[in-house]
Design a binder for this molecule. Structure first.
Ligand code: GUN
Ligand code: FE
Length: 414
């Protein structure tokens, strides 16, 4: 058991922070036992880790990013989605047939994710079995929690990225048995334009199928293409529904243009949407009405979506999610703004719920936590805990993160 002492802040609910200034978190074996004041008196023999004056907050959850696009970070963002895939992304992903290249990229990537304060992440890999398995092993070694998907795609891409659909399903099936409690495989049909119906149907029929991730309704040309490729489908979502790919263990990236009808099915199924504001603006895709999705009760989390997103920082995507919702409000007055606590909640507890009890310091939650250095300006000016958090999120930097924990295990980077 350990007692962590510091200025504790988290969001049990979207619309308010709960704070414990000079409080304690009692942890046992990676799980929060109790949070409150003067726990040192209640548990006098438990070792105290003293972070007095520092913020203790839940670490970040990234529901959508592409491990194999990390070396393309910042490149080609003058393009829109479909040309960006052709010109930049597919070429880069083809390189992951080379396992030594994969190893170099993944080691930088995992260091930089931990550095940015993210301890849970859902990765797209590439079509390659060996590289995907390597990413699973390296993520386990790093100590983060992750879902990692070998991408499935059997059409509309260069030959170097096309698979035989039977082989694609067989490899996916084998990889579902690799991993441990914290790092697991996830079924990853890239998006419907890259997958034949046969491939999607067979993935949807896998008996040990549980977690699924894909992309949906990110770009207007993509949606038009879906109408051409699937003339009988009632909607984009319908393509995935018909093939058994939508459940409360599905993550849909983007969903910017999903209709009210589609959103109500997503809500009813309990599927997750990964909101990726950086990617959405970089590829000129669109502005999601995140506040509306949250108010509908959809399982909404944040994703960095590297390399369409230009940073691994969820902190930066919290700010962008708020700013994009404000742009929406400026353009059409009836659209509502995402508040600071709501955006923080998406990045921690709501996104974290994909991983179980993650993203909050309530009893029974996994101790996923960041320790934030004391703000220098606090010497000359008083800040409330919420203001300290605002300063860290909006205008802080990763160097202010002194320690990172995933399920009570301290994480390191080089
Ligand atoms: N849709 C299909 N593939 C991709 C991808 O790699 N990135 C993004 N942002 N959207 C996609
Ligand atoms: Fe993506």
């Amino acid at each position: 058991m350990r007692l962590f002492k510091g200025d504790i802040i988290h969001t049990k609910t979207p619309n308010q922070f709960e704070v414990f200034e000079d409080g304690y978190i009692l942890e046992d074996n990676g799980i929060v036992v109790e949070v409150g004041f003067e726990l040192d008196k209640k548990y006098p023999i438990v070792k105290i880790i003293d972070h007095t004056g520092r913020l203790l907050l839940p670490s970040f959850v990234d529901l959508h990013t592409h491990a194999v696009q990390y070396a393309n970070l910042g490149l080609g963002l003058d393009e829109e989605l479909l040309s960006w895939l052709e010109i930049y992304t597919f070429k880069e992903e083809a390189k992951f047939s080379d396992i030594s290249y994969a190893k170099k990229v993944f080691s930088y990537l995992l260091d930089d994710i931990v550095k940015a304060g993210t301890t849970r992440v859902v990765f797209f890999g590439s079509i390659h079995e060996e590289a995907t398995e390597l990413l699973i092993e390296m993520s386990i070694a790093k100590g983060i929690g992750a879902y990692i998907g070998k991408v499935n795609m059997d059409r509309n891409a260069p030959d170097s990225l096309l698979e035989d659909s039977d082989n694609s399903v067989a490899i996916t099936k084998r990889l579902l048995r690799v991993g441990n409690d914290k790092v697991k495989s996830i079924i990853t049909p890239r998006f419907a334009p890259s997958c034949s119906e046969k491939l999607m149907r067979e993935l949807g029929e896998l008996e040990d199928k549980l977690e699924v991730q894909t992309h949906i309704s990110e770009n207007r040309d993509e949606i038009k293409w879906i109408e051409e490729l699937f003339p009988d489908a009632k909607s984009y979502l319908d393509v995935y529904l018909k093939n058994g790919l939508i459940s409360n263990r599905t993550i849909l990236a983007h969903a910017i243009f999903s209709t009210k009808e589609e959103l109500s099915v997503i809500k009813e199924k309990g599927a997750f949407i990964a909101h990726c504001p950086s990617a959405n603006v970089n590829l000129t895709s669109g502005v999601m009405d995140a506040k509306f999705y949250l108010d509908q009760g959809i399982n909404l989390g944040l994703g960095t979506d590297v390399g369409a997103g230009d940073s691994l920082s969820i902190r930066k995507n919290i700010v962008l999610a708020i700013q994009m919702s404000k742009i929406n409000h400026i353009i059409s007055n009836e659209k509502k703004i995402l508040s600071f606590s709501e955006a923080f909640y998406l990045a921690t507890k709501r996104g974290g719920s994909y991983f179980g009890k993650v993203g909050s310091f309530e009893k029974g939650y996994k101790l996923d936590m960041l320790v934030i250095e004391r703000d220098k300006l606090a010497d000359i000016k008083d800040f409330s805990l919420v203001e300290k958090l605002q300063r860290f999120i909006y205008s802080g930097n990763d160097e202010m993160i002194l320690e990172r924990y995933c399920e009570g295990v301290k994480l390191f980077f080089y």
